[in-house]
Write a protein that binds this ligand. Structure first.
Ligand SMILES: Nc1ncnc2c1ncn2[C@@H]1O[C@H](COP(=O)(O)OP(=O)(O)OP(=O)(O)O)[C@@H](O)[C@H]1O
Ligand SMILES: [Mg+2]
Length: 265
């Protein structure tokens, strides 16, 4: 909980339909400040739809989303970013031909221009404050040695760190990460998440991250939301959620045998 005791994010009766397809339904979640929430679910379960509604990339068909003391339901994404919510996408969104540092400077300038892309961004790009912010974030994400490397030649893990860093340079209070470890080898995933999570903790950022690897979820989440067919079927500590028989059968693919103990790693 934050200082006033209210959740930083409160989602009520959220629903999203695409024609006859119900992509999200009956979603009710309250997230206290600084919690790290893992979002799990099979392909097509509605995880990205849920995130897209919070960030304003999709307008909910029903329900409400409260961020801190504001109702943000249906606001444009630029306005939601300005209020303090940032995100990363399933595929890294960086400028491929620009260096790590130039990418970070652009993200810092856009954040400082508060969405006024055509007016103040060009001024902000040259501002010492944006450059200092970009440098601090490059250091925070431990990619200083790639500072002058073009993004299109970066190792995949470094590109992910840059992408997430570009979302963090705006100093969001809530960050939504859609599959931060997708495309990363099993050996590199833990190192990547260690860097990301310690950076986010040092800035006291509340995090929702979508993840398919249950070992990563168990290691990094304080709480797990399990999605199935557009709705949340389990919400609890990683232990509670990952041990839930429906989660094991429908999501993590491990069916619990009657009388058997928890089977997950
Ligand atoms: N813009 C859209 N138009 C129509 N249907 C959509 C749209 N976006 C998502 N869907 C559908 O909504 C459902 C939920 O999709 P969503 O992308 O939220 O799943 P997901 O849990 O993120 O899956 P994945 O793990 O594959 O990323 C799917 O059936 C998908 O095909
Ligand atoms: Mg998705």
């Amino acid at each position: 909980m934050n200082a006033s005791g209210n959740p930083i994010l409160a989602v009520r009766d959220l629903e999203k339909t695409f024609g006859s397809l119900v992509a999200a339904r009956d979603i009710n979640v309250s997230v206290p400040a600084e919690q790290t929430v893992g979002v799990i679910g099979a392909n097509g379960a509605g995880k990205t739809t849920f995130i897209n509604m919070i960030t304003g990339h999709l307008t909910p068909s029903k329900g409400s989303i409260q961020f801190e003391d504001k109702d943000i339901t249906g606001l444009p994404s630029r306005e939601i970013t300005r209020l303090g919510i940032s995100r990363s996408f399933q595929v890294a969104q960086v400028f491929p031909s620009l260096t790590v540092f130039d990418n970070m400077c652009i993200a810092a300038a856009i954040a400082r221009a508060h969405g006024d892309l055509f007016g103040t961004v060009t001024t902000a790009l040259r501002s010492p404050a944006a450059i200092a912010e970009a440098q601090a974030t490059v250091e925070l994400f431990q990619i200083t040695r790639y500072r002058d490397t073009p993004a299109n030649t970066l190792p995949q893990g470094v590109r992910k760190l840059l992408d997430i860093g570009m979302a963090v340079v705006a100093w969001p209070r809530l960050l939504l990460l859609d599959e931060p470890t997708s495309g990363i080898s099993i050996e590199e995933k833990f190192d990547l998440m260690n860097v990301v999570m310690s950076a986010l903790k040092s800035r006291k950022i509340t995090v929702l991250f979508v993840e398919h690897d249950m070992e990563i979820v168990a290691r990094f989440a304080d709480r797990v939301l399990a999605f199935y067919d557009g709705t949340i079927i389990a919400d609890g500590t990683p232990h509670e959620a990952l041990d839930d028989p429906r989660v094991q059968e429908l999501i993590s693919g491990v069916r619990v045998k009657p009388g058997a103990g928890a089977a997950h790693a």
